[in-house]
Design a protein around this ligand. Sequence first.
Ligand code: SF4
Length: 469
Amino acid sequence: MAVFGVFGTSLANVASSAYYGLYALQHRGQASSGIVVNDDGVFRAYKDSGIVNEVFTHNVLEGLGLGQMALGNVRYGTSATKERINAEPMLVNHVKGRLAISHDGALVNYAELRRELELEGAIFHTSNDIEVFAYMITKARLTALSTEDAICQAMERLKGGYSLLVMSPQKLIAVRDENGLHPLCYGKRDDGEYVVASESCALNTVGATFVREIDPGEIVVFTKDGVKSIRTHCGKQPERLCVFEYLYTARPDSVINDCSVHLARKRAGAFLAKAHPVEADVVIGAPDSGIDAAIGYAEESGIPYGLGLIKNKYIGRTFIDPGQNVREDKVKIKLNPVVETVKGKRVVLVDDSIVRGTTCTRVVKLLRDAGAKEIHIRSSAPAFLNPCYYGTDIGSKEELIACKYTPEEMAKIFGADSVGFLPLEDVVKLAESGTCKGYCKACFDGLYPTEIPKMMYDSKYNYKISEKK
Ligand code: SF4
């Protein structure tokens, strides 16, 4: 999931900026896309299932018109939340006015808060956390002096990993959870417009210069009078940026907490080469997010890097598409081996992670069919042993292959010669040149930075509660 916002004071084509910003963030979600334009307090919105350039045709973008501010979102859907109705941003009319609201991440106490609100008479239309955010903020706004004060109050109850953007008629407000689990930064354009984005690559795309990260727990308010920071929730919890952002989620040309994602991935590859060396002829990367780590592995090991797999770039990431059948179909048409690189060779295949293992089996077969003599799979992430509760689709333990099999057993299942994972102790060293003070790596070590959900909805609208194990 990703958020993108534009704040200006004069009429401009903010819809176009939001379009290109979301386009740069497309890797973070392909289930739905949405933009809201704010023209002097009049909100015009469009959102639908699909990727940015499918949803926003020329006519749709034009229909959004000009404005001073815009808010955008791309999201991926789990099986519970892929429906069109869950698309963001969400528009809210409440007793004190109007808001558009959008997020990246997930609440760990979504079910408790939703039940509490339902028992007070609230009606929910979606299975998206954003509705709980909206209710909690508008409820607090009944007595709070401003939208930002309402957000600050609501944050006392909103637990989880989230980056949130809220747009009122006069303000754009950016919020990061107290642990800072997901990245959020802002920049400024020469024309004076401020731009807020989940990743810095989106700032570059719309010609904004990076200003700074939003701090964990910080609320940053953009108004015609300037930029205001509210730090009531800063420092309440230790910083815990999702380390998987560096390994998989973020784009390699983004910089998070002063550390290049590309360099962090190369470092992961180098650590992997030290931990799991093997005699081989060529190192190849599983496109796209395994490539940087493959280069790092090749540099550290001295084995030449080769272009071994070509990806059809017009297919979404298998990992974040919901449903096993969908995943398998897409893997079949997604990758093609470069025979000249792998034929007769001992191949090291570096992938960004091994979650369910579906892709590995297929890729090994592709490489064997192309004539690879040996295939050694190396994962630049440690083994996944726990679910993620903060919005990344790493499911229950039953779905995680590393919970059931050793690396040796996995190699047999995949038809590979060996399997090796990045050691857990190396994962926190990937971005040590940056400024982050601590990482979440709970899907690897089970040490969650927050409470974990006591209850979860496992259906769309029926109140069925189950535990995620
Ligand atoms: S549990 Fe894993 S994927 Fe989820 S936020 Fe923590 S490190 Fe990231």
